[in-house]
Design a protein around this ligand. Structure first.
Ligand SMILES: Nc1ncnc2c1ncn2[C@@H]1O[C@H](COP(=O)(O)OP(=O)(O)OP(=O)(O)O)[C@@H](O)[C@H]1O
Ligand SMILES: [Mg+2]
Length: 237
């Protein structure tokens, strides 16, 4: 069953199209990865799902619902968690306050919020002892855990991750990927943009290569890794 489908969308900012006919889908319980050069529209694609881009034609469906040009404040109702590429935490707030912000405007009770935060600390155990510390005092890898944890507070069915390992050391990159796989095993479908393409393709169920606002290639992660053309053009040989 497709949980998300993007159907031939054209859209962008203020009348200029950045997306020129993107089509992709995520099936329930898949990890789907998007790779592509800088400026190819990867982040814009993620934003389009969250109502942050003007979609001029085409449509986006989440489960059975049409969410094309969904208002951003409505996204929480659809159980779509989003971790943007930049500014994805509140630096001056504590770890725990960041998590609580993830449940803001969900009309959840205090107990429910604490139960969900407890689940997040089980996944990201290094955060537990730092719960009172300002997010700004954490390492890059831990900040990324806070950002993902915040998006998980709404108990999403689909998690959108825009370059969750950007700027991280290989050790933290591996850790974040392990956590992404763990979260997926808990039943969350994942759509993830990644620059660490080789590594991400090695565990992705399927992947898309975006070029100039269109998807140029799509296949299983393994097939894309084996492809000479993809290797030469997008994976550094
Ligand atoms: N808010 C905005 N207003 C106008 N143009 C924008 C805006 N955000 C992005 N763009 C333009 O849209 C194009 C695609 O940007 P996007 O951020 O989607 O690329 P990307 O594939 O995520 O790149 P990167 O790998 O650098 O993250 C770029 O030409 C960019 O300059
Ligand atoms: Mg981007």
């Amino acid at each position: 069953m497709k949980i998300l489908s993007i159907n031939n969308i054209f859209g962008g900012y203020g009348g200029v199209n950045i997306l020129n006919g993107i089509s992709l889908f995520v099936k329930k319980s898949e990890i789907v990865v998007i790779i592509g050069p800088n400026g190819s529209g990867k982040s814009t694609t993620m934003k389009s799902i969250c109502g942050l881009v003007d979609i001029n034609s085409g449509s986006i469906n989440f489960k059975e619902e049409d969410i094309t040009n969904l208002r951003t404040d409505k996204i929480a109702n659809f159980k779509i968690g989003y971790v943007p590429q930049e500014n994805n935490i509140f630096s001056s707030l504590s770890v725990d306050e960041n998590l609580e912000m993830g449940a803001y405007n969900l009309k959840k009770g205090k107990n429910e919020i604490r139960d969900q935060a407890e689940k997040i600390y089980q996944i990201f155990s290094p955060l537990r002892e730092k719960y009172k510390q300002p997010a700004s005092s954490l390492s890059g890898g831990q900040r990324q855990m806070v950002a993902i944890g915040r998006a998980l507070m709404m108990d999403p069915d689909l998690l959108l991750l825009d370059e969750p390992t950007a700027g991280l050391s290989p050790k933290f990159t591996d850790l974040i990927f392990e956590k992404v796989i763990e979260i997926n095993r808990l039943g969350v479908s994942i759509l993830m943009v990644e620059q660490n393409a080789k590594e991400a393709l090695s565990f992705a169920d399927r992947a898309y290569v975006l070029v100039m606002g269109r998807n140029r290639f799509e296949d299983t992660g393994k097939n894309l890794l084996r492809s000479e053309e993809i290797g030469k053009m997008f994976l550094g040989g």
